[in-house]
Design a protein around this ligand. Structure first.
Ligand code: NAD
Length: 389
């Protein structure tokens, strides 16, 4: 970015460079945020995480144009006294740190609850005590199931958007029973939202809460056995990518009937940048960030990814591209799911004028091109390796 280009906020004021403490900067969303902040803004980032593989290209070599504006701190926020100092010396904290893969919610519920609630408590407290702004990442899972999912199958009200569109300020949060441990994540995130909201109401904390609706793109999660554990189960995009790369059928949990709206990571982080640079418009708000126009069932997503992968790899798809598995078999006891997630966009539109742009076919093509270029060769080599007897 040229130093002479004055960047203006949505109200026409010059944007001053700030320092951002980004916790969870080494993850999927964090890596894209760091890239954008380095290449398009003058801001400085304290990048806090236990890993930095996804942002290594931004940290080295020292000759990069943004050298000196990004500093990596290998810190586990569970137990590191350096965290308060970093928050104190920043203008804004962005908290992305979380366990956020569905396969963990019912199998590691304690870790999930600690990570999404208890471990974040000091972050909120340091921001509140030191009068620092906080942008906290929550989730669309906070809404749980739609009201419509409780109506009889043949009810015409199921077609009425009032029964399924998810609105920040009016929709209820509908979770399954406590035995359905899948909801441990959503429930911990909800309590964290309520705590942050209360800190705002009672102690004047300046906060913004982001509810991402299935952001996808390059660098999401890991490919099991390549850059993550062989028995690990990442989120659906990486699960399906792994199956495609290995020429295995894509596993459809409970028929793949759940409906999701997918938004491209590069669109979504535009929204976060607007929140960062327009505090007057973002403070005190909870924002849905998703793409209501990109709704598909998980089965349709599998079919689309199979088609796009054939195009980018030049390989024909396999004879049986998908197989059905039960959620108990795939995720274990205590799994449950949201039926449908369409974000209402009124608040983000009004406050920040943000709209997602990328159609689903386009985002799948760029993401699968990345997956193929990054992993295809490594997978071929793993498959070719003789198994030790
Ligand atoms: P991610 O798993 O890729 O990134 C999270 C990062 O946090 C990881 O790099 C991890 O190492 C780090 N982290 C976790 N615990 C930590 C700790 N104790 N100390 C330091 N670092 C720690 O996930 P993501 O997709 O980038 O998601 C970021 C946030 O957005 C999460 O809060 C998640 O719940 C939320 N979210 C994301 C989506 C999505 O579509 N990607 C959807 C809903 C919610």
């Amino acid at each position: 970015m040229s130093a002479s280009t004055a960047r203006l906020d949505l109200d026409g004021n010059t944007i001053k460079p700030i320092t951002i403490c980004m916790i969870g900067a080494g993850g999927f969303i964090g890596s894209h945020m760091c890239e954008k902040l380095m290449s398009e803004t003058p801001h400085t980032v304290f990048a806090v995480d236990v890993h930095n593989d996804k942002i290594k290209h931004l940290l080295e070599p020292d000759s990069l144009p943004w050298a000196g504006r990004i500093h990596f701190h290998r810190i586990n926020i569970k137990n590191d006294s350096r965290l308060e100092g970093l928050i104190k010396s920043s203008d804004l904290t962005l908290n992305l740190a979380a366990i956020c893969t569905p396969a963990d919610y019912n199998t590691r519920p304690l870790d999930t609850i600690y990570s999404n609630f208890i471990d974040g408590l000091p972050v909120v407290k340091y921001c509140s005590d030191n009068k620092k702004r906080l942008i906290h990442f929550s989730t669309c899972e906070i809404y749980g199931k739609t009201i419509g999912s409780y109506l009889p199958n043949n009810s015409p009200l199921r077609q009425d958007p009032a029964y399924y569109i998810l609105k920040e300020d009016t929709s209820p949060c509908i979770f399954g029973s406590v035995e359905k441990q899948r909801w441990s994540y959503a429930c911990a995130k909800q309590l964290m939202e309520r705590l942050i909201y209360a800190e705002g109401a009672e102690n004047g904390l300046q906060f913004t809460i982001v509810r991402p609706f299935n952001w996808i793109g390059p660098r999401m999660d890991f490919i099991p056995g390549i850059d993550g554990p062989s028995d690990g189960v990442p989120r659906v995009l990486a699960c399906f990518s792994n199956n495609l790369l290995r020429r295995e059928p894509l596993k459809l949990v409970d028929g793949g009937e759940s409906q999701r709206t997918f938004v491209y990571i590069k669109d979504a982080i535009e929204a976060v940048l607007l929140m960062i640079e327009n505090p007057g418009r973002a403070n005190g708000h909870i924002f849905n960030v998703g793409n209501p126009n990109n709704e598909v069932t998980v089965r349709q997503l599998a079919e689309m990814m199979t088609q796009v992968y054939s195009k980018v790899s030049g390989e024909d798809s396999i004879k049986t591209p998908t197989i059905d598995v039960s959620s108990k078999e795939f995720y274990g006891e205590g799994y449950d799911d949201s039926d449908k997630r369409i974000p209402d966009m009124t608040i983000i539109n009004k406050q920040l004028g943000w709209n997602p742009k990328t159609p689903i076919w386009e985002m799948l093509e760029s993401t699968l091109t990345y997956q193929y270029k990054t992993y295809a060769e490594a997978i071929k080599q793993t498959i070719a390796k003789p198994v030790a007897s």
